[in-house]
Design a protein around this ligand. Structure first.
Ligand code: EPZ
Length: 417
C-alpha cells in the first residue's frame, strides 16, 4: 500500500489541465466491443481503472493500446470469455461488458462485480433492463446470458441508475427494433456515451433527458472520439484550492456540468469564474458553512463530491448538514477527519458538521477513491504533517494527482509502506 506524506499550509497557484473522464471513458471502452475495426479515444486518462478495463478487453480478444493519452481498441477478434471474480473486482465499470457482450454475441458469463466500501452496489437494475430486451439471464454469483437475440423494448427504471442506463444503451443500439428507456440517468457520462455511439452510427435521441429512444441499427463503424474532461476531478481540484488556499485555473473544466457544485461554493464565499476554456477558482477568505448539501442523481449534487464537501464543511464558518442519498456507506472518512480535530456527528445518512478554524495533521487511512482524495485535501489544509494511506484507491481515478499538486505548490511526497 503506498502513502502520501503531506506538509500542510502551502497554497496552490498556477494552472492544471483536467484529465479525461474516468466515468465517461469506461462505458465507451465497453461500447468499443460493438464496433468492427479500430476505435480511437483521445484525451484518455492513464489511470488504474482504465488499465483494468483494458486488461478485460484483451482477455476478450480485443487489441488494446494506451499511449500518450491515446487509447485504441480493435475488438474485431473478440469472443465471449468467462470473466471471473478477480477480473470483475478491479473496476466497477466492468459490469458494462455484460450489455455489450449480450449485444454482440448473444451470450456472456461474468461474475457479480460485488460491493465496495461505499455500498452493496447491486446490479438488479442492469439485469432487469437486459431481460426486458430479451436477454436469457441466469445465475447469482455468476451472471450468465445465453442464446439471446435482443429486441427493442420499453425499459422503465424504478429509479435512475447510471450504469444500468448505460448497459441498456449498449444492449439496445444493435437490437432489432426500437427501445425506450424511461427514468434514464441524466449524468453527463450517459450523454457522452450516447454521443459516442451516435458518432459510430447508432440512432439515439432524447439525450440529456430521462427518456431515451434507441432505434436499432445493423452495425456501427470505427470512429475517433475525444474523452470529455472529468467533472469530479475538476471539482476535487476546486475543493483542494479552497482547502489549501491560492488561485488555480482548471483548464478544460466544464462549468455547466458542475453547477450543482459551484453554486454552493460561490454562496459560501469562494471566488469562481467560469471561462470559455476552463474554471478559475480562488480562495479569498474562509468559507461560510453551506446551507444544506444533499446528494442526488444529476443534475442534483453529485455523490462523488460528497467526501470533498465534508472536508470543506469541516473548515467552514458555521454548521452544515450533508445528506447522502445515493450510497449507504459513504461517510467512511469521518473517523479520520475527527482524528484531525473535525467536529462531525453522523446519524444514519446525515452528517452534521461544525466547522473549525483549522485541522491538525495526522496519520490517515483512505479506503475508497473519493474518500482518499478528500483526506489529501484535508491534509493540504492542516497544521503540520500528515501521512495519507490508501493512495492505490486514489490512483484508480486520478491521473498524476501527486505530481499535479506538487507542481501547484503543495509540499507532498509519495512513500511506500
Ligand atoms: C456510477 O456508479 C459511477 N461509477 C459512480 O462513481 C457514481 O457515484 C454513481 O454512478 C452515481 O453517480 C462509474 O460510472 C464507473 P448507480 P453506478 O447505478 O453506475 C443503486 C466514482 O467514485 N443501484 O447510478 O454503480 C446503487 O446501489 C464512482 O467514480 C441499484 O439499486 O451508480 C446506488 O444506491 C463511485 N441497483 C444507486 O442505485 C442497480 O442495479 C445509484 O447507483 C444499480 C444501482
Amino acid at each position: 500500500m503506498s502513502c502520501l506524506r503531506v506538509f500542510g499550509g502551502f497554497p496552490l497557484e498556477g494552472e492544471i489541465k483536467i484529465q479525461g473522464s474516468k466515468n465517461a471513458v469506461l462505458p465507451m471502452m465497453a461500447a468499443a466491443l460493438l464496433v468492427p475495426g479500430e476505435v480511437r479515444f483521445e484525451n484518455c486518462p492513464d489511470i488504474a481503472d482504465v488499465r483494468a478495463m483494458a486488461v478485460l478487453l484483451e482477455k476478450l480478444g480485443a487489441a488494446v493500446k494506451l499511449e500518450g493519452g491515446i487509447l485504441t481498441i480493435n475488438a474485431s477478434g473478440a469472443h465471449p470469455v468467462f470473466l471471473d471474480e478477480k477480473d470483475m473486482a478491479d473496476t466497477r465499470g466492468c459490469i458494462l461488458l455484460l450489455g455489450a457482450l449480450a449485444a454482440r454475441f448473444g451470450e456472456a458469463a461474468v461474475s457479480h462485480p460485488g460491493g465496495c466500501v461505499i455500498g452493496k452496489r447491486p446490479v438488479d437494475l442492469h439485469l432487469f433492463a437486459l431481460k426486458q430486451l430479451g436477454a436469457n439471464l441466469s445465475g447469482e454469483d455468476v451472471i450468465r446470458c445465453e442464446r439471446s437475440c435482443l429486441k427493442g423494448a420499453e425499459v422503465v427504471f424504478p429509479m435512475p441508475s447510471v450504469g444500468a442506463t448505460q448497459n441498456a444503451l449498449l444492449a439496445a443500439v444493435l437490437a432489432d427494433g426500437v427501445t425506450w428507456i424511461h427514468n434514464a440517468a441524466r449524468e453527463p457520462e450517459v450523454l457522452h456515451l450516447c454521443n459516442f455511439l451516435n458518432a459510430a452510427g447508432a440512432d439515439i435521441t432524447g439525450m440529456g433527458t430521462s427518456h431515451l429512444c434507441i432505434r436499432g441499427v445493423k452495425k456501427l463503424s470505427p470512429v475517433c472520439y475525444r474523452v470529455p474532461a472529468d467533472r469530479i476531478v475538476a471539482g476535487t481540484y476546486m475543493a483542494a484550492v479552497l482547502c489549501a488556499g491560492g488561485r488555480v485555473f482548471l483548464r478544460e473544466a466544464g462549468g455547466d456540468e458542475l453547477l450543482a457544485v459551484t453554486r454552493p461554493l460561490k454562496a459560501a464565499g469562494a471566488a469562481i469564474r467560469v471561462l470559455a476554456d476552463g474554471i478559475l477558482v480562488e480562495k479569498k477568505r474562509r468559507l461560510r458553512a453551506f446551507d444544506y448539501i444533499k446528494t442526488e442523481p444529476y443534475p442534483g449534487f453529485p455523490t462523488d463530491m460528497q467526501s470533498q464537501f465534508l472536508v470543506l464543511a469541516a473548515l467552514a464558518e458555521g454548521v452544515c448538514v450533508i445528506e447522502e442519498t445515493i450510497f449507504e456507506a459513504r461517510f467512511g472518512i469521518v473517523p479520520e477527519l475527527k482524528k484531525m480535530g473535525a467536529q462531525i456527528y453522523v446519524e444514519e445518512n446525515k452528517a452534521v458538521v461544525e466547522g473549525q478554524e483549522s485541522l491538525t495533521g495526522r496519520m490517515l487511512c483512505g479506503r475508497d477513491l473519493r474518500g482518499t482524495a478528500a483526506l489529501v485535501l484535508a491534509a493540504l489544509s492542516a497544521k503540520g504533517e500528515s501521512v495519507v494511506g490508501g493512495m492505490e484507491y486514489l490512483e484508480r481515478g486520478y491521473e498524476n494527482f501527486v505530481q499535479s499538486l506538487g507542481r501547484l505548490g503543495a509540499r507532498v511526497r509519495e512513500e511506500g509502506l
